[in-house]
Every structure is written in structure tokens, then in C-alpha cells.
Ligand binder design. Sequence first.
Ligand code: FES
Length: 107
Amino acid sequence: MKNDKFIVSFPETKYEDILVEKHQNLAECCSIDNSPIMFGCRTGICGTCLVFVTGDILPVSEMEREVLETIVPDRIPSHIPDIAQPRLACQLELTNNIAIYTDILTN
Ligand code: FES
């Protein structure tokens, strides 16, 4: 059976999982009330929405890669798994279940 909804989880935070439609953009379903993600421009320019993601996600675009190169810190906080990929949340289109980590613990 084809799965058209996916779960976005926020480990180590107070936030509950969110159910997201396939190919929905993460910025469309996350707010300050239901996630630890902070958004700014929502167009992939400002870098405010930097997150670390585990799970299968679509590849980084060239524009996103350029922004990430300038904003990803040299030292990743220890609560973020080594396998987590830095991404801009506003540029993430969901095609699988994922877990999102931010650089701030929000318990
Ligand atoms: S909100 Fe500005 S890059 Fe994502």
C-alpha cells in the first residue's frame, strides 16, 4: 500500500509528532506552536530554519547547499545524532518519516 502521509518527530523536545502529506513542505505544517523550528524568510535565503534531519530526504538543491555552507556550525551540539543532515526546514519536501533536531533543546 502506498503511504501518502509521513510522521515528523522532534526527539528530545516537548513537541508531539506531526502528520504530513507526501510532498508537503515542512514550512507549511510547522509553526512556533507545534514545533521547535524557527522560520524567517521561508524562501531558503536567511538560514534561520537550520535543522538537523534523520531519515530519507530529497537531495539538497544548489541554492540550499550554498546557504548551508555559510551557516552550519563547525561544532554540532552533542544531542544531535552524527548521522543527522543539516538542512533548511523551509526547503524540505517530505517523502518519508523524519526526525528533526534543532541546535536548541526545548524541553
Ligand atoms: S526560513 Fe529563511 S532559510 Fe528557511
